[in-house]
Design a protein around this ligand. Structure first.
Ligand code: DQA
Length: 146
């Protein structure tokens, strides 16, 4: 099972950005945590982070035929990007949307998710663990289909 973990803008600033919201762990800590969970789950995980919408669209397109699942935290693009939604719908790879914070309890502009309708599940407010939960969801879906 090959899973691509995509993170959007400012996720590279974890540890520095608003630690009271996102915690003190860095992006490297996040990747390390996901990697160890992935090996426990038998998942081959690959990672991509970008601050650029088009780069995220490109990597989703390139994932076509290459990955069995996507875990995506589109960060601020969650609330604006029809292009990322369309890219996810184009490739049709089972995708789980993750947010570190509980976006449902934050500002009004964070209540809209453009990508949600292309995702099999949305996980919010579980911190870094949310990414592991997302991989588990993809594994369970895979097992049910086999
Ligand atoms: C976020 C929530 C978004 O609203 C925000 O723009 C982010 C991070 C989260 O992981 O909680 O950058 O996606």
């Amino acid at each position: 099972m090959k899973v691509l973990v995509i993170n959007g803008p400012n996720i590279n600033m974890l540890g520095i950005r608003e630690p009271e919201i996102y915690g003190k762990g860095t992006y490297d800590d996040l990747v390390g945590m996901i990697k160890s969970a992935a090996s426990r789950l038998g998942v081959e995980a690959a990672f991509f982070q970008s601050n650029h919408e088009g780069a995220i669209v490109d990597v989703i397109q390139e994932a076509y035929g290459m990955y069995d699942g996507i875990v995506i935290n589109p960060a601020a693009y969650t609330h604006t990007s029809v292009a990322i939604l369309d890219a996810l719908k184009s490739v049709g790879i089972p995708t789980v949307e993750v947010h570190i914070s509980d976006v449902s309890a934050r500002e009004d502009f964070r209540q809209v998710s453009y990508v949600r309708s292309a995702c099999i599940k949305t996980i919010v407010g579980e911190g870094f663990e949310g990414y592991i939960h997302a991989m588990e969801v993809l594994c369970e879906k895979r097992e049910k289909e086999d």
